[in-house]
Design a protein around this ligand. Structure first.
Ligand code: GUN
Length: 305
């Protein structure tokens, strides 16, 4: 039985932030203050936390970081006018529209309306195309953060079988493209995949990004695999998932009536099988924000530096 080494997202994110601070200092020397605007529509509680954290980190790193928040009944043309204004504001280097948007808004059209040079999420079709060609400068933040964590293991990824569970445009598809660029053999699985455990058991690198708490169980993990858990799920004390949590600290919190965060992977089971494992919280989450900051300084430098 092995015990996994933990991939410390907070620590690796702090390294990325140090690099960003150096770049910010260079830009400030030229009179350029990187500007990031996070747009939020509606009252999704998770989005509220994410956007607040993004704007806060931007300010901490010396950016002009702002949040624009609009009511959930904002119309599509109104939102498009906001994007147009931000596109033409020279002091805005990065525009981020937090997803999900309310159902009456066409998210694809909104993402297409962002100037590609300011698209710090890397979601515009031009940036998606460049990503798949291997020439993107603005790469989606969570996938970029995952790659940075994999690099930090010091292991050569060449020839490894990477299995990605989840096919979203935000994580699954872009991380598969990045793994392919590192010479991995890549399999993308999803809700219709047959014999999923048999596929995930082949993984040297297993990426869980499907958004279902504790979905990946010990029997789905090969001994010695690198396991990256992208899920951030809130578990309430009275939910059926609460009984699956074996981590003593989290169990104690649940018993005292508090909710806890858990990933898409059964952490305790994975800990006994994986060679490397990301915790939740403190794994992929901090990396997403750090890579957003990196994309914003990159966008500022490319456009104005
Ligand atoms: N919603 C969940 N993840 C993300 C992300 O990385 N960027 C944006 N804009 N919205 C998200």
């Amino acid at each position: 039985m092995t015990e996994a080494r933990l991939l410390d997202g907070k620590g690796i994110a702090a390294d990325v932030e140090r690099e960003v601070r150096t770049e910010v200092a260079q830009l400030l020397g030229k009179g350029i203050v990187p500007g990031l605007v996070a747009v939020r529509v509606g009252t999704d509680p998770a989005s509220e936390v994410y956007v607040r954290n993004k704007a806060r980190k931007a300010i901490e790193l010396g950016f002009r970081g702002t949040q624009e928040h609009f009511p959930g009944d904002m119309s599509q043309p109104e939102l498009m006018r906001v994007i147009e204004r931000l596109n033409s504001d020279d002091e805005v280097d990065g525009i981020l529209v937090q997803l999900p948007l309310p159902p009456h808004i066409d998210s694809e059209a909104v993402l297409r309306s962002i100037e590609p040079a300011k698209d710090v999420d890397g979601f515009h079709p031009v940036n998606v195309g460049l990503l798949h060609l291997g020439t993107a400068t603005l790469v989606p933040c969570t996938p970029a953060g995952i790659m940075r964590m994999l690099e930090s293991t010091g292991e050569s990824l060449r020839g490894m079988h990477a299995v990605v569970v989840g096919r979203s445009n935000i994580v699954g598809k872009p991380v598969a493209a990045l793994l392919l660029q590192k010479d991995c053999t890549v399999t993308i699985c999803h809700s219709r995949t047959r014999e999923l455990p048999a596929v995930t058991r082949q993984a040297d690198i297993l990426i869980a990004a499907l958004g279902r708490p504790l979905f990946v169980t010990g029997d789905m993990i090969r001994d010695g695999a690198i396991v990256i858990d992208v899920g951030i799920n809130r578990i309430e004390p009275d939910s059926p998932d609460a009984a699956k949590i074996r981590d003593e600290n989290k169990s104690q919190l649940l018993r005292s009536g508090k909710s806890v965060l858990a990933g898409d992977v059964d952490f305790s089971a994975a800990f006994e099988k994986a060679s490397w494992l990301t915790p939740v919280p403190g794994g992929v989450g901090p990396m997403t924000i750090a890579m957003l900051m990196k994309n914003t300084v990159t966008a500022a430098r490319e456009r104005r530096g």
